[in-house]
Design a protein around this ligand. Structure first.
Ligand code: SF4
Ligand code: SF4
Length: 424
């Protein structure tokens, strides 16, 4: 594993990090397995933005006895209210949530105290100019955070943070799709930072400026969303029309100026090993240029869910990120896979409970039309499923999947398509 200096914090972080997001759906033992594998591979930095109590406790249990081997990004402003994640600036809620983080992680400090998720320039001004920042400063003076960081998806806010002076590092969303702005097919100039000209437009000039600014001001970047929620691994869903490998995505991020570590998310030890394979990959395996050459003439990022979970809370407790994930998985296939349907049906709160309030949409950094998406998911997953099960039961088939199979053989299409074509 190679290590890089995280800007003016001076911390030596592994260039491959651990983004804790995916650990939320795993039990204590599984979380420990992932963290053990990370440590075996030399990974030493992790991000825990999640406020969900179990995941905090599971990470804390896994780190017991080896806390000092890890550099932790702990978020200030991520709270747990009524069983859901809520981002807030209300100090009466922020303070106990940070105490909860420390206590569940079994530690008395965070290496990096992250001002959690600011995407609006006005909010940046009010947070850094008000009592929230006073609280952050006090935490640093007390040694309960060692350094000040900030997380954002907006390059404008990230630039403000890079210039603010007290903020020492930024957690920022980076991947080739987010960065891409079309203008040239000339790969010699696309990512030639030495000779980069803004009017080439290969990368959003604002992002290009951010990376340079961070490097100039010694503000380190750790990366979130390196795989765009897994979409870049899939030729069908990638804006490039070709699948990238984890190694190619990581190489893209690690070749941006200012970037010190990529906080990839892992479900299993195998996922950790796939990312750590970057360290021994050949230049050919890392090369993403051939893929970028096929980039279409549009940008990616707006309207596509990356399953980040920032849209919570939902008044009817829908896990929007999970519903979107199952919906996306379902629409990738001609027929809804049984396993996807089963996972969706196991959710405590499904898309059909959405009341269309759209409170979530203003919190989504990627402009997803969530209420409409819930309607689509409810139609595709719930209705299809319940009707198929119902018809299967009425026709005497115990296994609805087998019923679908027989139906398809007989009618030449699955029951869902049959109904979608108005033959219900
Ligand atoms: S629009 Fe639907 S999913 Fe979004 S917060 Fe309201 S009820 Fe929840
Ligand atoms: S809808 Fe938006 S905020 Fe919610 S999980 Fe998807 S990308 Fe994140």
């Amino acid at each position: 594993m190679r290590y890089r200096t995280l800007g003016k914090t001076g911390l030596k972080v592994s260039e491959i990090g651990l983004g804790g997001e995916w650990l939320e759906r795993h039990n204590t033992e599984e979380v420990k397995e992932v963290i053990d594998t990370c440590e075996k591979e030399g990974i030493n930095i992790l991000d825990c933005w999640m406020s969900e109590p179990n995941v905090r406790s599971n990470i804390g249990a896994a780190l017991k006895g080896r806390r000092d081997r890890w550099i932790i990004q702990g978020h200030i402003g991520s709270t747990w209210q009524n069983g859901q994640y809520v981002r807030t600036r209300n100090l009466a809620l922020v303070k106990p949530a940070f105490e909860d983080l420390l206590s569940r992680m079994q530690t008395d400090y965070m290496d990096l105290g992250m001002i959690h998720f600011i995407d609006e320039p006005d909010e940046f001004k009010s947070v850094t100019g008000g009592e929230f920042m006073d609280y952050v400063r006090a935490l640093k003076e007390e040694g309960r955070i060692r350094h000040i960081g900030l997380s954002t998806h907006n390059p404008e806010v990230a630039k403000m943070a890079a210039l603010q002076g007290e903020i020492e590092m930024i957690l920022f969303s980076v991947n080739p799709a987010f960065d891409m702005h079309p203008a040239t097919d000339d790969l010699d100039t696309y990512f030639d930072w030495e000779n980069y000209q803004a009017d080439l437009g290969g990368i959003d000039p604002q992002r290009a400026e951010l990376y340079k600014l961070c490097e100039q001001n010694d503000v380190g970047i750790t990366v979130m969303k390196p795989y765009a929620g897994g979409r870049l691994f899939d030729a069908e869903r990638s804006p490039f029309g070709v699948a990238l490998t984890p190694v190619q995505c990581l190489h893209y991020c690690l070749t941006r100026p200012g970037v010190a570590a990529v906080m990839a998310g892992y479900d299993t030890p195998e996922h950790v090993e796939q990312a750590a394979a970057y360290e021994t990959a050949s230049q050919e395996e890392r090369d993403y240029a051939g893929v970028l050459a096929r980039a279409p003439r549009h940008t990616f990022g707006q309207g596509e869910c990356t399953y980040c979970g920032h849209c919570k809370p939902c008044p009817v407790n829908i896990d929007i990120a999970m519903v979107n994930k199952y919906y996306d998985l379902a629409t990738m296939q001609p027929q809804v896979p049984g396993t996807v349907r089963a996972h969706y049906l196991a959710l405590d709160h499904r898309a059909d409970q959405c009341i269309g309030c759209r409170a979530c949409e203003s919190r989504c950094p990627f402009g997803v039309k969530i209420a409409r998406r819930m309607e689509q998911a409810a139609r595709l997953l719930r209705d299809t499923d319940e009707k198929t099960y119902l018809i299967a039961g009425q026709t005497g088939y115990a296994d609805p999947n087998y019923f679908s199979f027989v139906f398809k053989r007989h009618f030449g299409m699955p029951p869902s398509k049959f109904r979608a074509e108005g033959q219900d």
